[in-house]
Ligand binder design. Sequence first.
Ligand SMILES: NC(=O)c1ccc[n+]([C@@H]2O[C@H](COP(=O)([O-])OP(=O)(O)OC[C@H]3O[C@@H](n4cnc5c(N)ncnc54)[C@H](OP(=O)(O)O)[C@@H]3O)[C@@H](O)[C@H]2O)c1
Length: 234
Amino acid sequence: MNILITGAGKGIGFYLVKKMLSLAKPNDKIFAVSRNISNIQELKNEDSHNNLVIIKADITNQDHINTIIQTISSYCNGLNFLINNAAQLLNKSFLQIEFEEMDRVMKTNFYAPFMLTQKLFKLLSNTESSHIVNISSMGAIQGAAKFPGLSVYSSSKAALACLTECLAEEFKDTNIKVNALCLGAVNTEMLREAFPQYTAQINPEEIVEFISDFAFNAAKVMNGKLIQVALSTP
Ligand SMILES: NC(=O)c1ccc[n+]([C@@H]2O[C@H](COP(=O)([O-])OP(=O)(O)OC[C@H]3O[C@@H](n4cnc5c(N)ncnc54)[C@H](OP(=O)(O)O)[C@@H]3O)[C@@H](O)[C@H]2O)c1
C-alpha cells in the first residue's frame, strides 16, 4: 500500500505519518510532504523497512507538485491513499484581511489539494481501490459554531468539503472514493493560533488513531461524505 500525507512536518500530519509507519508492511511506501522536514527526518529511526519517503515541498508551488508526482512515480505505479491534511490558518478580523493573506490560505487549503488530486489521478487510478481523505473542519459545516477571525480559514475548509462531494460524483465510475473529515478542536500549533486560551480534549496522537482507521476502512462503505469528528455538537 502506498500513502501520501501532506502537512507531515508537525501537528496531526506528523503523528499520522508516525502511526502509518507503525502499521506499514515491508513493501509499503509512506510519502510525507512538508516544507519543513526536520521533525519527520527524526522518524527515520523508526523506519526499519525503509517505508518512509520524505518529500520537501510547498504544495502551493506547481513545480513542487510535479516533483511530488515524479518522486512517487519513481517508487511505485499506484497510490492507494491520499490524505490532504496540509493547511494554513488566518486568525484576523474580516475587515482587516488583505487579499494576499486570503490568497495564501485559499492556495494552501483549497487550490493545492485540488491540483494535487488532479495530478495524482493517474496514480490513484492505477490501484484496485484508492481513498482520498480531505481533512476539513467543523467550521465548514452549515450550522456549526462560527468564530470571529476565521472567515477565510473556515470558507477554505467549506470549499474543500464541497470539492469532496463533487469529486465523489466525478470519480463514481472509477476505483477512487473521496471523503472528508471535518475535525473539531485538536491540540496543535494551529489550534493555539486560532484559540490561544483554549485546550482541546483531543491530542494529535489520539485523532490519528481515528484518521488512519477511517482512511483504511471507510471507503468500503461510504463515498462523498463529510464526517463530523467532534466531541460536541455546536
Ligand atoms: N488542530 C485543530 O484543532 C484542527 C481543527 C479542524 C481541522 N484541522 C485541520 O487538520 C489539519 C492539520 O492541522 P494541524 O492542526 O495539525 O495544523 P499544524 O500543526 O499547523 O500543521 C499544518 C501542517 O501543514 C503544513 N503546511 C502548511 N502549508 C504548507 C504548504 N504550503 N506546503 C506543504 N505543507 C504545508 C505545515 O508544515 P510546514 O509549515 O512545515 O510546511 C504543517 O505540517 C489541517 O487541515 C487543519 O485545517 C485542525
